[in-house]
Design a protein around this ligand. Structure first.
Ligand SMILES: [Zn+2]
Length: 276
């Protein structure tokens, strides 16, 4: 997971442009008439955004038919959403934009609403209420609160680990969070743990990691054959620092690589030719 730089320009201007682009009709008339109301609501959002207190904003305040007009402004291919995506792409590193940072596993293919679209139709196209997300994360989130990667600053300390256990002919991988050294502030750690639980990240990381073992073995083979175990460990530790810079300190692949080379079980299996 990596923090994402949020849209930093005036979100209400983008919204107004989107209303202006709409075809004339009753819906547009209602939206134009409600412009002042929506402007005040946008202001309220922007006041709560920096300290991540968005959930203090009351829900379901806008009634039909205006609620539906606002709700319908969102679409993944809508021009306003494309503008937000373009802005985020331009202002975030290439390794951050494109990958779903909620899991770090797959590319994003949708925009998640930080305040749910259903209860907060007024923010359905607020640029800072939209965050890139993959369908898997979006589905699991199920209107429940997860980390807001725009403003929940992730510390550069290690809290994600992968263990390797012997399981007959093969090895089992499992991910876990650990803050026993107290490096992460307890409230933030509690929310990080809730994020992992809601998005079922341990299982999803285990699945992707298991498919990457054979590629990892291919990668280390040459170095191991030529220089031995310690050189592989040193090489992987260097890779890990690069991955951390690019994808976040606790990127799953960092835990995966470190977990393997630091595991005696892994080396026992590897050196006895039990991993193919
Ligand atoms: Zn995801």
């Amino acid at each position: 997971m990596h923090n994402i730089i949020p849209y930093s320009e005036n979100a209400f201007d983008l919204y107004k442009e989107a209303v202006d682009r709409k075809d004339d009709g009753e819906s547009k008339n209602r939206l134009v008439a409600a412009e002042k109301t929506v402007e005040a609501l946008y202001k309220e959002f922007d006041e709560h955004f920096p300290d991540n207190s968005l959930r203090l904003i009351p829900s379901s305040r806008i009634k039909k038919p205006l609620r539906d007009d606002l709700f319908d402004m969102y679409g993944y291919e809508a021009a306003i959403v494309k503008k937000v995506k373009n802005w985020l792409e331009e202002h975030n590193p290439v390794t951050v934009y494109g990958v779903c940072q909620h899991c770090g596993i797959v590319p994003f293919d949708t925009m998640d609403h930080i305040l749910p679209h259903q209860q907060y139709a007024e923010y359905s196209v607020h640029a800072r209420n939209l965050i890139p997300c993959c369908t898997d994360c979006n589905r699991r989130k199920n209107e429940r609160e997860i980390l807001n990667l725009y403003v929940d600053f992730l510390p550069d300390v290690e809290y994600l680990f992968m263990d390797v256990k012997a399981n007959g002919d093969t090895i089992d991988l499992s991910f876990r969070l650990d803050n026993s050294k107290g490096l992460v502030q307890p409230d933030l750690f509690r929310r990080i743990a809730a994020h992992y639980a809601k998005l079922e990240l341990f299982d999803r990381m285990k699945n992707v990691a298991t498919t990457r073992v054979s590629g990892f073995l291919t990668q280390i083979k040459r170095t191991y054959t030529k220089y031995g175990r310690q050189e592989v460990i040193d090489e992987i530790n260097e890779d890990v620092e690069e991955l951390r810079q690019a994808y976040g300190y606790n990127y799953w692949e960092v835990a995966f690589r470190k977990g393997l080379v630091n595991s005696l079980v892994f080396w026992d299996y590897y050196e006895h030719g039990r991993l193919i």
